[in-house]
Design a protein around this ligand. Structure first.
Ligand code: SF4
Ligand code: MG
Length: 345
């Protein structure tokens, strides 16, 4: 399938006063063109770091130590990790081809300018120098994100809007450059359920209209169910399962995916059991977990294997195309050629 972004064997490490931390440990996935990909996992699993790596805005202490991030298709494909993060090409990609929205709109919106001025500015930077035309487009994009009175909203300041309206304004700003890829990092987490549902529907509609790809980061399987076509499940800096959304919900394989699904009662995979009831919490990222990173919490962990050998990803037997899992319970996931006591990562 055609991918707008292909993340290949991505490693990101952070230098901290306590030593080196591997935030990403060989992450592989594609963002399919014209679809919505959900990246799901608990906080600290590397979802946001992955997004930031794609945009080349990893925090100062972090470095991409290995891997590639291919963007666009041949013959225009470019490895984003090879570009200067502050250089002209990367800045142009960030402004025109990939946009990002965050949980907190105020990280993107400037409190001292009106919504209209800010969108207009983005339009003038990348699309047209004409001021009247830029204003028209700013109002138009505010209309597209469902603002009831776009001309009036254009004249307001961010703090004058409700949380939901601010989030719409930020989406409008991200859309003003007609991106190929929109990356959204938990943009609805701070909203109430009704507003969240409206924003998710809006994103679905905008995706269908424009054909752009969306990479949507969330900790919620409920959000995944409402919005996504494909899902990547991450745990401690690794992808543990990926699949088209229906297959993930009806044929989940990885014990971590299964526990995430159990944490949402309304989906109907058994009676809801909160994630906290799994043994322990997410391990301290400073500690290195040998073997499968999930083994300290996993109800199916096998002694002598799961605590020693890092599983590899394999296609799910009898599963649909694109369904892969990384767990010793499944054929192909245990490396055959490595002696158990020499495996390390
Ligand atoms: Fe559980 Fe072992 Fe599978 Fe890891 S590899 S998820 S510990 S069964
Ligand atoms: Mg995050």
């Amino acid at each position: 399938a055609d991918a707008v972004v292909s993340v290949q064997n991505l490693h990101v490490e952070f230098k901290t006063p306590l030593g080196k931390v591997n935030a990403l440990n060989g992450v592989n996935f594609d963002v399919p063109r014209g679809r919505v990909l959900g990246i799901v996992g608990e906080s600290g699993c590397g979802k946001s770091v992955t997004a930031r790596a794609i945009l080349q805005i990893v925090e100062k202490a972090g470095t991409i130590s290995k891997g590639r991030i291919l963007f666009r298709s041949q013959p225009d494909a470019v490895d984003l990790t090879s570009l200067d993060p502050q250089g002209r090409e990367m800045r142009s990609i960030r402004g025109k081809e990939i946009s990002m929205i965050f949980q907190e709109p105020m990280t993107s919106l400037n409190p001292v300018y009106t919504i209209g001025d800010q969108i207009e500015e983005a339009v003038r930077l990348h699309q047209t120098r004409d001021k009247d035309e830029a204003r028209r487009r700013a109002v138009e994009v505010l209309r597209r994100v469902g603002m009831p009175n776009p001309e009036q909203v254009a004249r307001t300041y961010p703090h004058q809007l409700s949380g939901g309206m601010r989030q719409r304004a930020m989406i409008a700003m991200a859309l003003s450059c007609t991106p190929t890829l929109l990356i959204a990092d938990e943009p609805t987490t701070a909203l109430d359920v009704t507003t969240e549902a409206q924003i998710l529907q809006l994103m679905r509609d905008l995706q269908a209209e424009s054909g752009m790809s969306i990479m949507f980061i969330t900790h919620s399987m409920g959000v995944v169910a409402q919005l996504c076509d494909d899902v990547v499940v991450m745990y401690l800096g690794r992808v543990v399962e990926r699949a088209p959304v229906d297959d993930l919900f009806y044929n989940p394989k990885h014990p971590y995916t299964i526990s995430l699904l159990r944490s949402i009662p309304r989906i109907g995979v058994g009676r809801g059991q909160p994630l906290e009831s799994m043994k322990g919490g997410v391990p301290d990222p400073y500690s290195t977990v040998p073997g499968c990173p999930f083994h300290p919490r996993c109800p199916s962990a096998m002694k002598g294997v799961c605590d020693t050998v890092v599983p590899i990803e394999a296609p799910v037997e009898g599963g649909v195309d694109g369904h892969g899992v990384r767990c010793h319970l499944y054929p192909g996931c245990t490396p055959l050629d490595v002696a158990v006591d020499t495996v390390s990562e």
